[in-house]
Design a protein around this ligand. Structure first.
Ligand code: ADP
Length: 213
């Protein structure tokens, strides 16, 4: 219901109500130089679809994209695919040195390690790379597959999972990121990345009433 396309005038009404609400239909009409009657169908649509709420003798106020749902109901509809990031992967035979360079260049805190078939075989975090750097060995000669956390010990998720499940896993396992995977006959292919940063973005969107649903 709440994902219908709004026309230009309906968008204008929403902007006005967001800024000035609660506001009466009369006042909205004045601001748009229209009559109350012209506006009536748009206000009806915006109210029925849950964008606006109307209170008798008070006026219209903004109810958010997902209507008047309670905040926990909203959060429990958000999927991983609504907040995912692009994954950064390295091959399992690159050196620790190269992985550190990739982490800086790509500006991420977690790298996913894949084999020659692009199948997930490991995870590298900042601390994994720091730990390896503390040893005296030459970082150019140590392959990442020696130091990574490997399958089957990787916590993963799919695009169609609830984001709140991911938040639970991040806390329970005390990790920063999960690979988003797609199962194939060879193993799990990495299709995305979801991190504490994505969940923080979700929190900010909740506060601004700009949830991606
Ligand atoms: P940091 O190194 O900054 O503490 P994490 O808390 O994410 O980062 O990683 C802690 C440990 O957990 C590391 O050894 C890392 O390899 C491992 N790890 C990170 N993400 C996962 C994951 N999705 N599944 C399994 N292990 C992981």
């Amino acid at each position: 219901m709440s994902n219908i396309e709004l026309n230009k005038r309906q968008d204008q009404i929403l902007e006005i109500v967001k800024e000035k609400g609660p506001i009466t239909g009369e006042q909205i009409a004045d601001l748009l130089n229209l009559t109350r009657a012209t506006l009536r169908p748009d206000l009806a649509i915006l109210t029925m679809t849950g964008y606006l709420e109307a209170r008798p003798r008070v006026g219209y106020f903004y109810a958010g994209k997902s209507g008047g749902l309670h905040i926990s109901e909203k959060i429990n509809k958000i999927m991983v695919k609504d907040y995912q990031s692009i994954p950064v992967v390295v091959n399992n035979n690159v050196s620790v040195y190269d992985a550190i360079c990739t982490m800086f260049l790509e500006d991420v805190g977690t790298l996913f390690v894949v084999d020659e078939n692009s199948i997930l075989v490991g995870v590298l975090s900042r601390k994994d790379l720091l730990r390896a750097s503390l040893g005296s060995q030459n970082l150019n000669t140590i392959p990442v597959n020696i130091i990574m956390t490997r399958m089957p010990n990787i916590t993963m998720c799919t695009r169609d999972e609830l984001i709140i499940n991911v938040a639970d896993k991040l806390i329970e396992k005390q990790i920063d990121a999960l690979p988003i995977v797609k199962e194939t006959d060879k193993g799990y292919e990495v299709v995305g990345r979801i991190t504490k940063t994505n969940i923080t973005k979700l929190l900010v969107d909740i506060a601004n009433d700009e949830l991606m649903i």
